[in-house]
Design a protein around this ligand. Structure first.
Ligand code: FAD
Length: 484
């Protein structure tokens, strides 16, 4: 049967754009549908705008440090609107780059939402219907709000980049990397930040010791961390409620908001302060509440299950090692499969898909030893197993050092860094490397190469230190701190 295209990609984000381009380069006839903006989460509402906000927020540390180094420097005002408009200018430019990359690669673009009609047919919101030999679903995910009364009053990460003004106070709910990164960013921009997390420590799933040092660093930045805490109710703040950001005790004299949550008549676009009641009974008022409480795959109303594509419990598309779904002509990559939700992974999955389907070279995706960074302040770079994971797997030596780095210690700042290697006692291979330090994201990329190559502790030991740096400690730790 003759199809309109060899490949139809749904979703113009990191994974979809890369897969479409490299498939087209093999000579395949390729089309792609995007219902929002090209570049997807990473470029429009994720990695890129976030990192630019991280950069913006880091300048506030400079004057204190600079003064210790002899400079006469003071912190001026931060112009949020000026920065935000420049940021969007940059995102527009990048979206244009993505569009040109696709058109220059010969990919036909549909600015439309796509749904699957059958294993080889896609229907578009424009009313068009196209057929393809292979369909690649790369629709990513979206942030989800928790199921609490009036959760719509809170914003999600997508909204942060569009704020009309910088709030004076912000409650961030969540303890994952997005919550922690934005807590540091907003604090750096001068916002009074409180973080509620229902767990006992931020950054669940990462190395325990690193989590502790990052939490310490965040507290030192003035972020008010509350663990074991969640919101039970929220409402537009009335005049009776306390001043912005002030925590109050929820006793009888304080009183609850006038109406019960179910019956409150609240405008969807309420932009004023928000009253919040926490699980510990405390009440507080914040200018903004940000929910960073998780993301869900974009698989709703796409006709996936109807044609036989299997979805997991969280709505993610279930795929095999080659990203193939239960329907042989339909593949899925990136966040919509909820494997490892990172941009470079979505890109790799897209390239492995093209190798498999268009280059006759079946290529499973390698999800082992993926280096990654959390852009908190202090920054975190990590690759491989955490100490706890490694101990469960086999006997290990743990090499670890924590110290105040020269640059900030000289300025009298309390921040500590962490350098940690988890090493197999049997093979001497480095199983995990965890770095909390300024620039840790850059450091872990390079450590990741060695560790992916199978470097042993002896390899680290025989590498000469670069002095004076923070990262020299990674090759100078002689004795294990712990063995287990
Ligand atoms: P996406 O990039 O989400 O692209 C999916 C696209 O599909 C979207 O453009 C969407 O509009 C479109 N779409 C959805 N449904 C349809 C449909 N039915 N029809 C047509 N089009 C559709 N990763 C990192 O590696 N480093 C980071 O620092 C980092 N920071 C992040 C910060 C934030 C705040 C967030 C939210 C994410 C961050 N990520 C980071 C994760 C990263 O952005 C994602 O892993 C990556 O974008 C996933 O790419 P994707 O191709 O799977 O999906």
């Amino acid at each position: 049967m003759a199809y309109d295209y060899d490949l139809f990609v749904i979703g113009g984000g990191s994974g979809g754009v890369r897969a479409a381009r490299v498939a087209s380069a093999t000579g395949a006839k390729v089309a792609l549908a995007e219902d929002d903006r090209y570049g997807g989460t990473c470029v429009i509402r994720g990695c890129v705008p976030k990192k630019l906000m991280v950069f913006a927020s880091e300048f506030s540390n400079l004057p204190d440090e600079a003064r210790a180094y002899g400079w006469d420097m003071s912190l001026g005002d931060f112009d949020w609107c000026g920065f935000r408009d420049r940021l969007h200018g940059e995102l527009d430019r990048l979206e244009g780059v993505y569009r040109s990359l696709l058109s220059n690669s010969g990919v036909t673009m549909y600015d439309a939402r796509a749904q699957l009609k059958d294993p080889n047919t896609v229907t578009l919101s424009t009313g068009e219907e196209v057929t393809a030999k292979h369909i690649l679903v790369a629709t990513g995910g979206h942030p989800v709000r928790p199921e609490i009364p009036n959760a719509h009053l809170g914003i999600v990460s997508d909204d942060l980049f569009h704020l009309e003004a910088l709030p004076k106070s912000m409650l961030i709910v969540g303890g994952g990397y997005i919550a922690c990164e934005f807590a540091c960013v907003m604090a750096g921009l001068g916002v009074d930040v409180t973080l509620y997390y229902r767990g006992a420590q931020i950054l669940r799933g990462f190395d325990e010791e690193a989590r502790g040092i990052i939490a310490e660093g965040m507290s030192e930045k003035g972020i008010d961390l509350h663990f074991g805490t969640n919101i039970v109710d929220m409402a537009p703040a009335s005049e009776d409620h306390s001043a912005s950001g002030a925590l109050t005790s929820s006793d009888a004299s304080m009183g609850a908001p006038a109406n019960e949550p179910e019956t409150r008549d609240i405008s969807k676009d309420h932009d004023g302060p928000i009253w919040v009641k926490a699980t510990n009974g405390k009440e507080a008022v914040f200018d903004k509440v940000l929910f960073a409480t998780g993301r869900a795959p974009n698989t709703q109303d796409m006709g996936l299950e109807e044609i036989g594509v299997e979805l997991g419990r969280g709505g993610e598309i279930v795929v095999d090692d080659y990203s193939q779904t239960a329907v042989p002509s339909v593949y899925a990559i990136g966040d919509v499969t909820n494997r490892v939700n990172l941009t470079p992974v979505a890109i790799r999955e897209g390239m492995a898909f093209v190798e498999t389907v268009f280059k006759d070279n079946p290529t499973p995706v390698d999800h082992k030893l993926i280096p990654s960074a959390v852009f908190t302040q202090p920054e975190f770079g990590t690759v491989g197993l955490t100490e706890d994971e490694a101990r469960e797997q086999e006997p290990v030596h743990v090499y670890c050092t924590s110290f105040r780095p020269m640059r900030t210690a000289f300025a009298g700042q309390p921040y500590r860094v962490l350098m940690k290697l988890v090493v197999s006692r049997d093979t001497d291979r480095v199983l995990g490397c965890h770095i909390v330090a300024p620039g840790a994201g850059e450091m872990i990329q390079l450590a990741g190469v060695a560790i992916k190559m199978g470097a042993t502790k002896a390899d680290f030991d025989r590498t000469v230190a670069v002095h004076p740096t923070m990262s020299e400690e990674i090759v100078t730790m002689r004795d294990p701190m712990r063995t287990g």
